[in-house]
Design a protein around this ligand. Structure first.
Ligand code: ATP
Ligand code: MG
Length: 242
């Protein structure tokens, strides 16, 4: 089966720092793939490279059969790949709906964008909050608002960069259900960066592990959590005991 996303040999250098080194993997349509690794491992840099916010120094990124490397983010979003921002980047001083309308404008007229926005807010259970100013939203609402804005671009693949940071376990459970529904109900493929191990282990069917810019593991949650290299680099001995 042809992969939805095919990443080969992606290397990103920032001056003397190699943030990503020869990263190769693929994602099949309909998968939920976790991406984990210590702080500074290169997770956000990988997502930024995929979404067109950072241009890889080397490598190939093919999405839906088309080469993405070098395309601008809105062009990549039009192909169906989009990312959320770590530490949410909703535009302040605007309503939640208007934030999501901005996502929809990459593929729709202003007239249609409002309907799309409301549809996407409904998918994450936020339609009742559409008129709220984003500054008045709670953490989980902001996180889901980010997801709704990404959905408004009409994606096949959404890259979620720590949307569950700063949430309580109950809030996290609710968001995990919303994310699972996006795949099960809407057929959207997900890649998820998250430091919360419970969330990543429960949601992901496959997990990629980055350490110092290198992909050190690619397997099921069980395989990855039992991998000595992953335990040494990231999970630690307490996790290994479980
Ligand atoms: N624009 C940039 N210019 C220079 N260095 C950068 C830039 N962006 C990231 N880096 C560096 O690249 C490395 C990877 O950073 P990145 O933000 O991708 O890590 P991360 O895995 O997302 O970490 P975290 O879990 O803390 O979010 C780090 O050493 C970081 O300082
Ligand atoms: Mg990051």
């Amino acid at each position: 089966m042809t992969a939805l996303l095919d990443v080969a040999g992606v290397t990103v250098r920032f001056g003397g720092l190699t943030a990503l080194s020869d990263v190769t993997f693929n994602v099949q349509s309909g998968e939920i793939v976790g991406l984990i690794g210590p702080n500074g491992a290169g997770k956000t840099t990988l997502f930024n490279s995929l979404a067109g916010l950072t241009r890889p120094t080397e490598g190939r990124i093919v999405f839906g059969g088309a080469q993405m490397k070098g395309l601008r983010p809105h062009r990549i979003a039009r192909h169906g790949m989009t990312k959320t921002f770590q530490n949410t980047a909703l535009f302040p001083g605007m309503s939640l709906r208007d934030n999501v309308v901005i996502g929809a404008l990459c593929r729709a007229s202003l007239k249609d964008a409002r309907g799309i926005a409301d549809e996407c807010l409904a998918k994450v259970g936020l339609l009742k909050d559409a008129d709220s100013d984003v500054d008045d939203l709670t953490f989980p609402q902001k996180a889901l608002g980010e997801v709704a804005r990404a959905l408004a671009t009409g994606p096949k693949l959404v890259l979620l960069d720590e949307v569950m940071a700063a949430l309580t376990p109950t809030e996290m459970t609710a968001i995990m259900a919303s994310l699972r529904a996006l795949r099960d109900r809407d057929g959207i493929t997900l890649m998820i960066v998250e430091h919360h191990m419970r969330a990543i282990m429960e949601l992901s069917e496959r997990i990629l592990v980055l350490n110092f810019g290198k992909l050190i593991a690619n397997g099921t949650p069980q395989q990855v959590s039992a991998d000595p290299q992953v335990i040494a680099a990231y999970l630690g001995s307490s996790h290994a005991a479980h």
